[in-house]
Design a protein around this ligand. Sequence first.
Ligand SMILES: Cc1ncc(COP(=O)(O)O)c(C=O)c1O
Length: 484
Amino acid sequence: MHSDETLDPKDWEAMRQLGHRMVDDMVSFLQDVRERPVWQPIPEKIQQQFKKPLPKDPQDPEQVYQEFQKNIQPYPMGNIHPRFWGWVIGTGTPMGAMSEMLAATINSNSGGGDHIANYVETQVLDWLKEIFAFPQKSSGLLVNGGSMANLVGLTVARNSMVDFNLRKEGLHSDSQPMLVYASSEAHSSIQKAIELLGLGSDSLRLIPVNKSFEIDILALEKTMRLDRHNGNTPFCIVGNAGTVNTGAIDNLNELADICQRENLWYHVDGAFGAWSILSSEYSSQLKGMERADSLAFDLHKWMYMPYDIGCILVKDEEKHRNSFSLTPGYLEHAKRGVAGGEHWFSEYGVELSRNFKSLKAWISIKEHGMNKYARQIQKNINQAKYLSQRIEASSELEQLAPTSLNIVCFRYTAKTLDEEKLNELNREILLQLHENGIAVPSYATLEDKYALRVSITNHRTLQVDLDLFVEEVLRLGRHFTSKI
Ligand SMILES: Cc1ncc(COP(=O)(O)O)c(C=O)c1O
C-alpha cells in the first residue's frame, strides 16, 4: 500500500521555500544576537511541551518548524552571545552552521571507505599537525571533543606502555599498578578516561600546583620515586596546556624531559590552551607541547567552530592503529570501489560510524585563514588582560588567580564580609547575572574562595561587553552587600 513511500518531501518546492526561510531566520538570529538576553529560563508552559507523547502520524514540516521557533529557538544555552564566557564554550560562526547543513545533506559516514569525507579529514589533520609541529607521519582523528580526545590518547598510552597484549589479555590482576600523573588542576575528563580504561581513579596521581596553578615538578618527581619504590609502575604524565580553572600552562618542556628520561608516555591536554600557539605572546610558553606522544585539543572551543569537534594527534601511527583497529570480514578494506581507501578512521578511535565533522573545519579554516584565527585568539587574550586591569583598578574587586591566557577569576569583595559571606554573595551575583540575561561567566573554587570565572573563547565579545559586565558586578555586589 505504501510501497512507494519515502521520507523525502512530496512537495520539493515547498521544502526549498521552507529551507530558504530557515536560512534567513538563522542568519537574522545570529545578526541580532546582541539585542537578546544571553540566557533566559524556560517557562514551565514550554517545559511541558517536551513531555508530550510520541508522535505517531506525520506533521506538516512548516508546523514542526513553527514549533521549533516558538519552543526551542528562544531558549538556547547562550554561547552564541557576545557576553557568554562560561566554562570553555565556543561561539560558532554563520559559515560553520551552514557547513553543518552541507555535511548533513551529503550525510557521509566518515568511518572508512573511499569517498571524499575521508580525504577532507586527512587534509584537516595534516593542517593541524602543521600548526602543532607534529610530524606529517603522525596520525590523528577528529572526535567529538576534548574528553574523547583524552580517552583516545590515554588508551594508546595504556596499550603501548605494557609488555604484553593488553587488548587480548586485559589488565593483569597480578601486575604492578599502572600510574598516571597530572596536576591537581587537570580536567575531570582525564580521571574519567582512566576510570574507563579500567585503571581505577586511584591510579591517577594528582600532583600539587604552585601559586600559578602549574604542576609542581619537584613534587611530581618525588611522588614518582616513592611510587616506584613501592612497586608501582608510572607509565604516563599528562601535561596541561591551559587548565580549565585558570588557564595555567604546565612546564611542558620539563615534563617532556621527565617522560624521555623515565620512559613514560607524554600526553598533553590542550583542549583550548593549545591554540595559544597562534599567539606570539604565548607560543614560547607552549614549548615542549610538540614533544607529546599524544595531544588532545578542541576546535569547538577556541577555534569557534560549531559543536562538536575535537582532535587527537598521536606521534606513532602504528601504536595508534594497534589500539583500535579491528577488521572483521564485513569491514575488510577492498582494493577498489567504495570499500577501498587507504585510511579508515574507524581504526583510530572508538566510533565506527562517524559524521562528516571535518567539513566545518575545512570550510572554516579556508574561510578565515589561520592569521585571522590568530588575531581572534590574541584579541581574547587581550580582553582577559583588559578585564584584569579593570579588576585591579577597583577596590571592590579582587583577582583570585593570575590571569593566564583567556581566563580571569575574581570576586566582588567587601571588608565587612567574612569568607563564607563572600562566597554566598558571589554565588548570588553569578545567578543574577545569568537569570537577568546580562552575562554568563561560570565559577571556580580556588583555595576555598568562590570565584566568578570569565573564559573568553568568544569572537563576538567587544570591550563594551566587558565594561558592562564589570559595572553590573559592581552594581549587584553593592546591592547585595547593603542587604546582608
Ligand atoms: C582542559 C580541558 N580538558 C578537557 C576538556 C573537555 O573537553 P570537551 O568538553 O570538549 O569534552 C575541557 C573542557 O572544558 C578542558 O577545559
